[in-house]
Ligand binder design. Structure first.
Ligand code: PRP
Length: 198
């Protein structure tokens, strides 16, 4: 077994991702049909960027896009508390807003974002995630659209990273041995980008 095979598995192939993202766009269009102004899709940096790019390309009608960046911090001994690092440029008052996430894990980030954006008096507020790791949830959170429910495995690729790496891998990979990767964060670079693992 190669070092690559010992460390990661392909969980969702790019072709499956494309198909599901296309379906999600259709589901969202049905729900958002008839809005007075184009819906505003809010990408949560940085993980959602690839998903958002494919999602909006699948939309038939107009959409607007903005980005928000959240930082988790452990200030005051409260782990899981988040703050806004980069806010929206769009005034979303009266608009139909969809938060776009790559993954919902504990739910803390989405919970915070929903509360924060709801205070801005949107006409409607919804959320879509590509991956939903339900088993890890520590706060219940509303999620109108979800691409794939996944088990409690560490995932990289298609926007998701490990220490900043692997976001540009086209498939979603499940990391089997996270300790090994933590010990050598470059471990998957060679099989992924040089040898073409697939
Ligand atoms: C990830 C993901 C969500 C959040 C979900 O972001 O993009 O925003 O974690 O986790 P939660 O449900 O436990 O709050 P991350 O902090 O890894 O930043 P990134 O998107 O820039 O990689």
């Amino acid at each position: 077994m190669t070092a690559w095979e010992q460390t990661a598995d392909v969980l969702i192939r790019d072709v499956q991702l494309r198909r599901r993202v296309h379906e999600l766009a259709r589901e969202m269009e049905r729900v958002l049909a008839g809005t007075k102004q184009p819906p505003v899709l809010v990408g949560v940096l940085k993980g959602s960027t690839l998903f958002l790019a494919d999602l909006i390309r699948s939309f038939d009608g107009h959409v607007e896009v903005d980005f928000i960046s959240i930082s988790s911090y452990a200030g005051g001994g409260q782990s899981g508390v988040v703050r806004i690092v980069k806010d929206l440029e769009t005034d979303i008052r009266g608009r139909d807003v969809v938060i776009v996430e790559d993954i919902v894990d504990t739910g803390l980030t989405l919970n915070y974002l929903r509360q924060t954006l709801a205070d801005r008096e949107t006409n409607s507020l919804r959320a879509v995630t590509l991956l939903d790791k339900v088993a890890r949830r520590i706060v219940p959170v509303e999620l109108e659209f979800a691409g794939f429910e996944i088990e409690d495995v560490f995932v990289v690729g298609y926007g998701l990273d490990f220490q900043g790496r692997y976001r540009n891998v086209p498939d979603i990979l499940a990391v089997k041995d996270i300790a090994k990767l933590a010990n050598d964060p470059m471990l998957l670079v060679e099989p992924l980008f040089l040898e073409k693992y697939a």
